[in-house]
Structures are given as structure tokens and as C-alpha cells.
Design a protein around this ligand. Sequence first.
Ligand code: SF4
Length: 121
Amino acid sequence: MILGSEDDDTEFVKMVESLDAKFVIDDHCTGTRYFWNEVIPADDRLAAIAVRYVDRPPCLTKDWHHRSRLQRILGFAKDWNVDGAIVIQQNFCDSHELDIPFVRRYLEEGRTKWMISFNFF
Ligand code: SF4
């Protein structure tokens, strides 16, 4: 599993997968968090699109009180039979950085075997 902020570093993904690993799911700002939920059709199409945007998994800066991300990640780890997690995040995103100890604890309790993290600019 790969976790973190906005990330378009396909070379990093290729490098990891060339080492006999496979990314099976992500929790990225530009990954599942952006694309997970769909628009539920309604007569008012614009409102339906707006609801979809409001209901999608939030940016961490908007999730600070609810902490819904931790349960979502743990669910991903179980549902996708995740062995390990890589966090790759941009340096500017303090929310992701602060979340690392909590994510690690959640994953360890969920029996994910390992987690490593990287920062990039
Ligand atoms: S502030 Fe951080 S969590 Fe929010 S969208 Fe940007 S990179 Fe993602």
C-alpha cells in the first residue's frame, strides 16, 4: 500500500515494483481519496456533483477532528491483504507528517508487517 499526499512519481512506483513488490491500493490526495466515490445521479445534476465533492474522503487538513482517514487506511489494509506500507509525502504537508506515528500504530494493530516513509519536495 502507498500512502501520502499528492504524488505523480511513477518512477518511484516502477522502482518499488521492480523489486518484487506490488502496490495494491493507495491513500493519496490524488489517488483513491480523489476518485473513490462516484456521483449519485439525481435530477439536479449540479447538486449531485457538488454532493460527490463534499462527500469524498477529505484532505487531512479537513479531517483533523474526525480522523476518518485512520479507519479508512486500516480497512484498506485488511480488505487488500496488505503486507506493508510506504508513505511518500511532500514536505509542505504537515498533516501527513504528523499522522505518521498514528498510521504506523493503526497498521501495526491491524497486523501490517512494516511501514517506511519518505519526504520529497
Ligand atoms: S494539504 Fe496535504 S493532505 Fe491536503 S490536499 Fe494538500 S497534500 Fe493533500
